[in-house]
Design a binder for this molecule. Sequence first.
Ligand code: SF4
Length: 352
Amino acid sequence: MTNDVFFRSAEDVGPKTNQLEQIKELFQKISPVRQGDIVAVKIHPGEYGNTTYIRPVLVRTVVDLVRDAGGIPFVTDTTTLYKGMKLNAAELIWAAAMNGFTQASMNAPFIVADGLLGDDAVSVDIGGSVLKDITVASAIAKADSMVVLSHAKGHPGSGFGGAIKNLGMGCLDKEGKTRVHEVGRPTIDPEKCVACGDCIDICAWDALVLEDTYARVDHELCRGELACMASCPQEAIIAPDDVDVEMQKMLGEAALGPIKCLSGRIGYINWIYDLTPGCDCFNFSAPQFAENVGITASTDPVAIDAATVDLINGKMGHHGRSIIDVWGVDPIVHLRYAEQIGCGKMEYSLLK
Ligand code: SF4
């Protein structure tokens, strides 16, 4: 692993160089693939209704490069805690196909890494300051090497989502995701709640209970993923103080789990296009908050995210803004915790 971050700019895309050609160049610099490897290509295929997720043709390009390098690729993602179309493997494969991710489009099978119900995982000791161990989705943990292909974008909990988010959340099973999220268990203000019931069906864990005049959260059942907050017309659902900071600590440390499972044999590509405020779990795509930047690649997940955030801030700086302004959340917290636990380095060399 080096802290070199290779960059191809969106401004260079034209008749002589398209994004596929840029990925081919970048892949050669960061490929972890050895002859005969079973190779996970980790993506997020987008929630149904989202239209700005990474494109299948970009995934196909990486899959073909893995094959050319002698690997046996499979494309993968994990089930979610929220109630969308990714709650179990059957619906996730269906949602991925609806968004264009099929064996025909990608030249590789799509495998849900944490199994039918999201409980197929391997526990890994990581020895962090907030997480001593974490559960990594089985098909990822057992692969020989991995290419993590991330759509860079905003995120309400972590400010930014890139390679570390894809590792420290996207590579975990439901139990691992719960460990990262559970600091977010909310409360409901009974003075504001009007017992409308809008939040009840949103929760995949039946953690919201409607009493006569107000709703309450059953903290035994709640996983803390906070999808309920946006459903409340009264803004009665209240997240704990500093939830973004506390969740980011867990996220940064959890990223070490898949790195340990794969003995660090991972290459990272960040696709910095369609910079939406929300992540690809949202079932819609809001207008982008910054212009397209390009594509970065590295063998260091912290360095690639630090460089990606700096490149995005470079675009936003013309307007006197930075990525912190998108949600009021500074993503530096999860990158620092990822660095402290040994995922990589914040310092990087940007090579164009
Ligand atoms: S959506 Fe808000 S107002 Fe309605 S029951 Fe839930 S907490 Fe109460």
